[in-house]
Design a protein around this ligand. Structure first.
Ligand SMILES: [Zn+2]
Length: 599
């Protein structure tokens, strides 16, 4: 029976373009796993959106001298463009600035409030008398009182990684240059995480069997040492989601609290725009649903501790308030967070332009070439490094040499010598060597599939490559390029066998290399595509218009679905004119690309 798989991907802040580190950190691994489950015939819902609130966005708007709304929409449009070009197929990629998200986030707040997990507390906050406003978190910089780092944000130090108490910051200054600062009293709502600590620990222990070691260390390990402390969930900001309590006008929900709720609200919005308003419950209320969260290591604690705490704290009350129903919300199944990708040995820095930007790179390289390198180099357990020399070497030496040449060589040979068809062989005549090769390839649906299931994407792609290598070895041994001149019948068996192996490998490579796998699919003469297509739609609500990226799946009437199974290639099938799948890259571009960095 098909399972319900929620693929939840980190919400990018609308303050910068997306670079290769963001892509390999969350969007690409999420897309690979989603495509695998789609091929298997599972019910996949892949959601995310632009984080339009929070101080990173308002600071970017201040810097650009434009309204926040205009700035978030500009970056949002760029994200949608990138995902279409790179084949990141969201069922819904929306934004946090929607009426629906406001409602879902406020309901979560109310449920936690009703269940006694919120309290208010007065504290001292940095205030700018000249700007006549409080300056939250990133608006104030100063010296970290724990490690002495001079560029610390008032709420967090990027050097020692600690969460800071803003009023303790040394030498505070306004990032916007709003004169001298003073501490003034303000009141905020706090989520009482300490009350939820036993449940969060229990949840993490139950999942420790398959969560990645670094993820457990950053969550369970940290909680066991430091415990969970109450954290403020409101801010003195006017851009964001209003606190749904009378007398709290002018304050908003803190972005760390509301953006994670987007995984839930995006599913609700997707159901609404799909014309089946209750469908989100298949992933959010059905206890058998599995939710995978794809995020970078800087976000682990929010997704393994705070988000589960919000869900458990809201309990049955959320559905009671939201739709007068009974039920609990689905907790994360796995949070396969990635480490960071560096660039040529240094930390990626957008402000210094020490970055490879997704959309810019796609003007020069094919999406599958980028997807390939970003997968073999994915920072699953350790930080990795984007190196232009290695990018060219792996493209030419692995992607082109092992897989691309194999597919093109065999298809072209068959097309030429068998009149545009798959050799019309008698299947009963296949020899032990042919059957042995095919059995090995077919076992890949278990081995590659098992690794994808466990979100071990580098290993899964490596295994698919190992299988492609076995086809190359088989061809070296059978030497069809020579034997065709003397024994066309036995050569036909060899070419049929190799084509069938390639047809199966195409499916195993498809989650990683969807564009070239689709092309290969058409060379083989299939009329139904492997995947559906992405498209942009405009949605209107009480807050105005926003655009979303959506997904149109392949027609459900296709008799060949699901695809995650061995090829049943028929002898004599008509082929379409094949062509090379990948481009060989010139060495010179290493120099050119390195020259662009830091400029
Ligand atoms: Zn510090």
């Amino acid at each position: 029976m098909p399972g319900n798989i929620l693929i939840a991907i980190a919400w990018p802040y609308a303050n910068a373009e997306i670079h290769v580190g963001n892509i390999t950190g969350s969007h690409l691994p999420g897309d690979i796993v989603a495509r695998y489950h789609r091929l298997k015939g599972n019910n996949v819902l892949m959601v995310s959106g632009t984080d339009s609130h929070g101080t990173p966005v308002t600071i970017a708007a201040d810097k650009e001298g434009k309204p926040v709304e205009e700035v978030y929409k500009k970056y949002h449009a760029g994200f949608l463009d990138l995902f279409q070009l790179l084949g990141i197929q969201y069922d819904l990629f929306t934004t946090t600035h929607t009426e629906n998200h406001f409602k879902v986030a406020q309901t979560m707040f109310q449920a936690l409030h009703k269940n006694g997990f919120l309290f208010t507390q007065k504290s001292m906050q940095w205030y700018s008398p000249s700007a006549k406003k409080f300056l939250p978190d990133r608006y104030v910089e100063g010296t970290c009182y724990l490690c002495g780092f001079e560029g610390a944000r008032s709420d967090q130090c990027d050097r020692c990684g600690n969460v800071l108490e803003p009023e303790k910051l040394l030498n505070p200054r306004a990032k916007t240059g709003d004169g001298a600062l003073e501490l003034r009293e303000t009141e905020h709502f706090y989520l009482d995480l300490s009350k939820l600590e036993p449940e969060v620990k229990k949840f993490l222990k139950e999942r420790s069997g398959y969560m990645r070691e670094p993820v457990l260390g950053e969550s369970l390990g940290k909680i066991e040492v430091e415990g969970l402390k109450p954290r403020p969930i409101t801010r003195d900001l006017d851009w964001g989601i209003p606190v749904p309590v009378e007398g709290w006008e002018g304050k908003c929900l803190y972005v760390w609290f509301e953006a994670v709720i987007g995984y839930l609200s995006a599913a609700v919005e997707w159901a609404k725009v799909s014309g089946n308003p209750d469908a989100w419950k298949n992933w959010w209320v059905d206890p058998s649903a599995r939710a995978f969260y794809f995020i970078g290591k800087d976000n682990i604690f929010f997704h393994t501790a705070m988000w589960p705490a919000e869900l458990m704290g809201a309990g049955r009350e959320f559905l009671q308030i939201f739709s007068k129903e009974d039920g609990l919300l689905t907790l994360p199944h796995d949070v396969p967070a990635n480490q960071f990708m560096n660039l040529e040995g240094e930390k990626i820095s957008g402000s210094r332009n020490w970055a490879v930007w997704g959309r810019d790179a796609l003007t020069r390289y094919d999406p599958d070439a980028l997807r390939y390198y970003l997968t073999v180099n994915m920072p699953e357990m350790h930080d990795s490094d984007w190196d232009w020399k290695e990018f060219v070497a792996k493209n030419n030496g692995e992607l082109v040499a092992t897989w691309g040449n194999l597919a093109n060589r065999v298809l072209s040979f068959s097309f030429k010598h068998w009149d545009g068809t798959v050799p019309n062989v008698d299947l009963a005549a296949l020899r032990p060597a042919d059957l042995g090769l095919l059995a090995g390839i077919e076992a890949g649906f278990q081995s590659v599939g098992g690794l994808l299931e466990a979100v071990k994407l580098r290993a899964a792609l490596q295994e698919a490559f190992r299988l492609a290598t076995t086809v190359n070895q088989y061809l070296d041994q059978m030497a069809p390029w020579q034997s065709v001149k003397t024994d066309k019948d036995s050569t036909a068996l060899t070419i049929y066998t190799a084509l069938k192996a390639i047809d199966s490998l195409k499916v195993m490579f498809a989650p990683f290399l969807p564009f070239t796998s689709e092309r290969l699919n058409t060379f083989f003469g299939y009329e139904t595509s492997l995947f559906g297509e992405s498209y942009i739609e405009s949605v209107t609500d009480a807050l105005g218009d926003h655009t979303v990226l959506r997904y149109r799946s392949v027609g459900s009437g296709s008799e060949t679905r699901p695809y995650w199974k061995p090829s049943e290639l028929r002898p004599g099938t008509k082929l379409n004119q094949p062509a090379p799948l990948f481009k060989k890259l010139e060495e010179i571009l290493v120099v050119e690309e390195r020259a662009r960095l830091g400029k």
